[in-house]
Design a binder for this molecule. Structure first.
Ligand SMILES: Cc1ncc(COP(=O)(O)O)c(C=O)c1O
Length: 363
């Protein structure tokens, strides 16, 4: 037996993660480029100091105050409102979705998504011994509802994972596709992953609106993107209270530290300011999309804080050329495509200049 004695299916696998390189222009992991204001930093620091004086005790296992604050925040996106008992949270939405599979998938059950899709999903399936099925998206990365429904009816998945807006393409799903898949899934859960939900374009609704009609619908969100809080690790979901109760069976006790809860609550008090940059980022995204089209690239329409573009014969060479100029983007998605996260106007200027130079040199 080789050392260490890993599970057979994990042997030789590399841990997930984009390269963390010390590069001046970081446009590879869809972070928010704008840090919190001094007032917000001071509030977070004071809240952590207060929590620090109680760290001899375990935190509130039910994170009641945070659930209430998250429910109030989500209620702004649906006329039906969201109650605290419909909310669950964990250390990033990755952990939220892993917990969903731990509770509702597992051996003998299947998780399903439509490629290209978020690359962590098959890892949640692998780590929970869940079978994995990937359907396909169309050439424009939309979902063919007939294909999607047929695949769901064929495999009867315990969990369908639907990122909307999708990563890496930026494509948002219309309500009728989500509602149709909720119906096709029967007792199976349909998880609409709205990690980038706050960046959606005007008129694109949130799946939160559909919650009263489908008890198998789960909508996940994160504070890592629009809230500019990737370092704090706070993801959450809204769903039927019974589904939240089911997750409590598999969560580790006290999984959300007192420090995490204090930071998230402080950030929610500064919601207006932290989300204040979302409109700037959407405008920069639309400008980046238009510029890439102008340059003759294929570009996926985006409702997120990134844009997928291509198609390059040797995308790695383009990625490397940008890196050599101090700009890191992500090599992800279908062969030949690259994904650029939306940064500040100065960062996007460096990206455009770098890309123009790389392509000129190659021609
Ligand atoms: C589609 C999607 N879902 C979920 C996540 C996980 O985010 P976090 O664990 O930081 O909440 C990401 C991160 O990039 C993502 O792209």
């Amino acid at each position: 037996m080789t050392w260490p004695p890993l599970r057979d299916e994990l042997r030789g696998l590399a841990p997930y993660g984009a390269p963390q390189l010390d590069v001046p222009v970081q446009l590879n992991v869809n972070e928010n480029p704008y840090g919190p204001s001094p007032e917000c930093v001071a509030d977070i620091a004071a809240s952590v100091a207060e929590a620090a004086s109680t760290l001899n005790r375990y935190p509130d296992r039910e994170f009641s105050e945070l659930r209430t604050a998250l429910a109030a925040y989500l209620s702004k996106d649906t006329p039906h409102g969201i109650a605290p008992e419909q909310v669950w949270a964990a250390n990033g939405s990755n952990e939220v979705m892993l917990q969903l599979l731990q509770a509702y998938a597992g051996p003998g059950r299947t998780a399903l998504s439509f490629a290209p899709t978020y690359s962590m999903y098959p890892e949640y399936a692998r780590d929970t011994n869940t079978s994995w099925v990937a359907g396909r998206r169309e050439d424009d990365f939309s979902l063919d509802l007939d294909h999607a429904r047929a695949l769901v009816e064929e495999h009867r998945p315990a969990v369908v994972l639907l990122p909307s807006p999708n990563n890496p393409t930026g494509t948002a799903l219309p309500h009728d596709a989500i509602a149709g898949l909720c119906e096709a899934a029967g007792e199976g859960l349909v998880v609409v992953d709205e990690a980038y939900g706050e960046f959606r374009r005007e008129g694109v609704p949130s799946a939160l609106e559909l919650l009263p009609d489908h008890r198998n619908l789960v909508v996940t969100r994160t504070m890592s993107k629009a809230f500019a809080l990737a370092g704090a690790r706070l993801g959450y979901l809204a769903a039927d209270p019974a589904l939240c109760d089911g997750i409590r069976v598999v969560r580790l006790p006290y999984h959300l530290s007192a420090v995490t809860q204090a930071v998230a609550l402080a950030a929610l008090r500064h919601e207006k300011e932290l989300l204040g940059r979302v409109d700037d980022l959407r405008a920069e995204r639309d400008a980046t999309y238009a510029w890439l089209i102008e340059q003759g690239h294929r570009v996926a329409e985006s409702d997120a804080n990134f844009v997928l573009f291509g198609v390059f014969r040797d995308r790695h060479a383009v990625w490397q050329g940008l890196l050599d100029r101090g700009v890191i983007v992500r090599e992800v998605g279908p062969e030949g495509w690259l994904r650029v996260s939306i940064g500040t106007p100065e960062e996007m200027k460096s990206f455009k200049l770098g890309l123009s130079q790389v392509l000129e040199e190659a021609s």
